[in-house]
Design a protein around this ligand. Structure first.
Ligand code: NDP
Ligand code: 2IT
Length: 446
C-alpha cells in the first residue's frame, strides 16, 4: 500500500478501534487505491483520501414505541450521511439486531463507490436500527416504523437524502415509513425508493438487485470465459429479496440453483430449488427455510448457514450478509471447481477470500459493482417520481441490464489497464473513486 494510505488506515484504527466492519471496508478500499494516490499528488495534498473515508455526518436517535402487550420498547436509530459530492445521499435502511455504527459506516462507505459506479448523480448513505422485525406483528412493525420516521423525516428529502430498503426493510416497512413521512411533511415527493407500485414505486425495483447481479454475472462470464449461466450449478446464500430474485433470473438464464439458506441453516435440493415454495415460505408466511423439506423429499436441511459453501457448484452467489465467506470457505469453493463468485450481499467475502479467488483466476464480482442494480433502479424510481411518469417493466429492465453491463465493462477495463483483468475489486474501487475524487476536488475543501 502507498505509505500515505497506510498511515490513513493506521489512524482510522486508532480512532475507531472497535469498528471492525468499517475498518475492514476502509482497508479493502485503501489497499487498492495506491495507483490513484501515486498518480495524483494533488489528492494527497488536499487530504482527499482522509476526507473520503470519514462520513460527512452521522445522525443517531432514540426510537421509542409501544408493543402489542402495551410495553414501551426502545431502539437505536441511525443515518450515516457519508458523501454527497455526487448528489443527494442515497442508500438503504437496515433493521436487524446486529446494526451498529460500525456496520452502517462500512455500508455507507461501500455505497459511495457503488453509487458512483451506476453513473447516476447520487451520493452515498446508509441507516437503520437494531430493531428486529422478526416475530413482530404488522402492527408492531408499523408502530416502530412510524416512531423511526418521526425523527428521520427532518434529515431526509428528495434533494437531501433518499433512503430505501436493505436487510429487514422490504415493501411492508417502506410503506409504513413513507406513510408517516408524508403525513408529517405533507408532500408526496417520493423521498423513499422501493415504494409500492400504487404510490410511486417503480416496476423492477423489487427484482432489481438479484436480476442485476445475474446481468453483471452473465456479462462477466461471457467476456472473461466465453461462457454463461446456462447449465451451471448455482449455490445462493440467503432467501430474502436479493437471493430470491437472483435465483429466479439464474433459472431463467438456464442455471440449476441447488441450495439456499437463512440465518439458521440451508437447504440442498440437487433436483433444483422449487422457488415458488421458497417464496411462499419467506415472502408470504415469513417462515424459516427449513420448512421447505417437509414437502420436498429430494431436499435436505442442514443447521448452520456457513456449510452451504461446501456444496460443489460452478457459480456462488452470496446474497445474505457480510463476512459469510472466509478463506476456508473460499478454498473449499475453489477445490470444488467454482468458476465465478458474484456478491449480491454487501461485503460477503473477507478480503483474504476475495484475494484467493482473484489469485486463482476465479471471476470475482465485488458487491459494489455486482449488486449495484438495486440502487440504480432506485435512481430510476427517483427519475420517474420527478417526472411524474411510469415506465414499463421492459423499459426499466432494459435500463438495468445496460447499467450492469456498463458497470462490468468499466471495472474490467480499469482492472485490465492496471495489469490484472481478474482484479475487478481494484477496477471497481479505482473507477468508482475517480469520479467522487474529481467532484470533491472541484467543490473545494468541505
Ligand atoms: P432480506 O432481509 O430480504 O434477506 C436477508 C437474508 O439474509 C435472509 O435470508 C436472512 O435470513 C439472511 N441473513 C441476514 N442476516 C444474516 C446473518 N447474520 N447470517 C446469516 N444469514 C443472514 O435482505 P436483502 O435480501 O435485501 O439483503 C441481503 C444482502 O444484500 C445484504 O447484504 C444487503 O445489504 C444486500 N443488498 C440489498 C439490496 C436491496 O436492494 N435489498 C441492494 C444491494 C445489496 P433470516 O431470514 O434468517 O434473517
Ligand atoms: O446496498 C444497497 O445498495 C441497497 N440496500 C439499496 C440502496 C438503495 O438506495 O436502493
Amino acid at each position: 500500500m502507498n505509505p500515505r494510505l497506510e498511515e490513513i488506515y493506521v489512524n482510522l484504527e486508532k480512532s475507531y478501534p472497535t469498528q471492525k466492519e468499517y475498518l475492514q471496508a476502509a482497508k479493502e478500499i485503501l489497499s487498492t487505491l495506491s495507483p490513484v494516490a501515486d498518480a495524483h499528488p494533488e489528492y494527497v495534498q488536499a487530504k482527499l483520501f482522509e476526507r473520503f473515508v470519514e462520513p460527512e455526518r452521522i445522525i443517531c436517535f432514540r426510537v421509542s414505541w409501544v408493543d402489542d402487550k402495551g410495553e414501551v420498547q426502545i431502539n437505536h436509530g441511525y443515518r450515516v450521511q457519508f458523501n454527497s459530492a455526487l448528489g443527494a445521499y442515497k442508500g438503504g435502511l437496515r433493521f436487524h439486531p446486529s446494526v451498529n455504527l460500525s456496520i452502517l459506516k462500512f455500508l455507507g462507505l461501500e455505497q459511495v463507490l457503488k453509487n458512483s459506479l451506476t453513473g447516476l448523480p447520487i451520493g452515498g448513505g446508509k441507516g437503520g436500527s437494531d430493531f428486529d422485525p422478526k416475530g413482530k406483528s404488522d402492527h408492531e412493525v408499523m408502530a416502530f416504523c412510524q416512531a423511526f420516521m418521526t425523527e428521520l423525516y427532518r434529515h431526509i428529502g428528495e434533494f437531501t437524502d433518499v433512503p430505501a430498503g436493505d436487510i429487514g426493510v422490504g415493501g411492508r416497512e417502506i410503506g409504513y415509513l413513507y406513510g408517516q413521512y408524508r403525513r408529517i411533511v405533507q408532500r408526496n415527493d417520493g423521498v423513499l425508493t422501493g415504494k409500492g407500485l400504487t404510490y410511486g414505486g417503480s416496476l423492477v425495483r423489487t427484482e432489481a438487485t438479484g436480476y442485476g447481479l445475474c446481468y453483471f454475472g452473465e456479462r462477466a462470464l461471457e467476456t472473461m470465459k466465453h461462457d454463461s449461466f446456462k447449465g451451471k450449478t448455482v449455490v445462493i446464500s440467503g432467501s430474502g429479496n436479493v437471493a430470491i430474485y437472483a435465483a429466479q433470473k439464474a433459472m431463467v438464464l438456464g442455471a440449476n440453483v441447488v441450495a439456499m439458506s437463512d440465518s439458521n441453516g440451508y437447504i440442498h435440493d440437487p433436483n433444483g430449488i422449487d422457488l415458488a415454495a421458497v417464496r411462499d415460505i419467506k415472502e408470504v408466511r415469513r417462515g424459516r427455510i427449513k420448512e421447505y423439506v417437509a414437502d420436498h423429499p429430494s431436499a435436505t436441511y442442514v443447521e448452520g448457514s456457513r456449510g452451504i459453501w461446501s456444496i460443489p457448484c460452478d457459480i456462488a452467489l452470496p446474497c445474505a450478509t457480510q463476512n459469510e465467506i472466509g478463506l476456508e470457505e473460499a478454498k473449499t469453493l475453489v477445490a470444488n471447481g467454482v468458476i465465478a463468485v458474484f456478491e449480491g450481499a454487501n461485503m460477503p467475502c473477507l478480503l483474504e477470500a476475495s484475494r484467493y479467488f482473484m489469485e486463482n483466476k476465479i471471476i470475482y464480482g465485488p458487491a459494489k459493482a455486482a449488486n449495484a442494480g438495486g440502487v440504480a433502479t432506485s435512481g430510476f424510481e427517483m427519475m420517474q417520481n420527478a417526472g411524474r411518469v411510469s415506465w414499463s417493466f421492459e423499459e426499466v429492465d432494459a435500463m438495468l441490464k445496460k447499467t450492469m453491463e456498463n458497470i462490468f465493462d468499466h471495472c474490467y477495463a480499469t482492472a485490465s489497464s492496471y495489469g490484472d483483468p481478474y482484479d475487478i475489486l481494484l477496477g471497481a474501487n479505482v473507477y468508482g473513486f475517480e469520479k467522487v475524487a474529481d467532484a470533491m476536488m472541484k467543490q473545494g475543501i468541505i
